[in-house]
Design a binder for this molecule. Structure first.
Ligand SMILES: [Zn+2]
Ligand SMILES: [Zn+2]
Length: 250
């Protein structure tokens, strides 16, 4: 049952869930409780998260595979296909309690700008793998245009820019994600349904030929998107693709 007749309800601005959620923890602009563990904020808190929650940015376990960043036997292949020579992530997506990556990334994508800047500060301080420094240019996994427009930023690209600056390498937008434009003539109905609706394209005039490209993204789960990006870069003539993400889901 609704409290107001429909004409009035339509005038009420729609609140985002994140706003209502964060107002429970905030009083006069100050956070009262940690938004991760609901404990007291204490010293070292940042953007509404306590020091202990921030310490959930944990590195991945050693010794991990240099290509897929997972723990597996040297003889057995990587569990998911990889099309790059090196792949690593700064932090474990499920590190900490509550798992910090799974809290931060959806929050940032819903507009938590404080979390975004606190995370980028930590990217600037994190130790980067040596293969990143030995690359020749940095690029990012693309976000669909409407998403980037809705959010007003692109996290993967922000991270890629930070990494490029730290390593004194050029950052280049090389890829775009877009609706598949070409009609797939001759495909059966079921095959058409199975094929992805969004595809990764190489932008025109990208100077990647014979260069070592460092591909950056926010989170690496199965690596399907990374794979499609790496393949597009290789088709565009990149001599080598390497992968670095903020988080690795293991
Ligand atoms: Zn906490
Ligand atoms: Zn592997």
């Amino acid at each position: 049952m609704h409290l107001f007749p429909k004409s009035i309800r339509d005038d009420v601005p729609s609140f985002r869930r994140a706003d209502i959620f964060s107002s429970l923890f905030r009083f006069s602009g100050r956070y009262l409780l940690c938004r991760g563990c609901l404990g007291p904020l204490g010293a070292g808190a940042e953007a509404g998260l306590c020091k202990t929650c921030w310490s959930g940015l944990l590195p991945l376990q050693e010794p991990r595979c240099p290509r897929c960043a997972l723990l597996h036997d040297a003889d057995s292949g990587c569990p998911d296909p990889v099309a790059w020579t090196f792949g690593d992530a700064l932090w474990n997506y499920r590190g900490g309690r509550p798992p910090l990556g799974t809290l931060l990334l959806p929050g940032i994508k819903a507009g938590e700008l404080g979390w975004r800047s606190a995370l980028l500060v930590r990217v600037a301080r994190a130790s980067l793998p040596s293969f990143a420094a030995e690359s020749e240019l940095v690029t990012a996994v693309p976000t669909a245009l409407h998403r980037r427009w809705l959010r007003g930023f692109d996290l993967a690209e922000d991270v890629a820019n930070h990494v490029a600056k730290r390593l004194s390498l050029p950052f280049l937008r090389t890829l775009r994600k877009d609706w598949k434009v070409r009609r797939q003539v001759g495909q059966t109905e079921s095959a058409r349904r199975r094929s992805p609706r969004k595809a990764i394209f190489l932008r025109q005039d990208t100077a990647i030929r014979n260069r070592i490209v460092l591909l950056v993204d926010d989170v690496w789960t199965t690596g399907t998107t990374l794979l499609r990006c790496a393949q597009a870069l290789q088709e565009g003539g990149a001599s080598e693709v390497r992968v670095l993400t903020l988080f690795r889901a293991i």
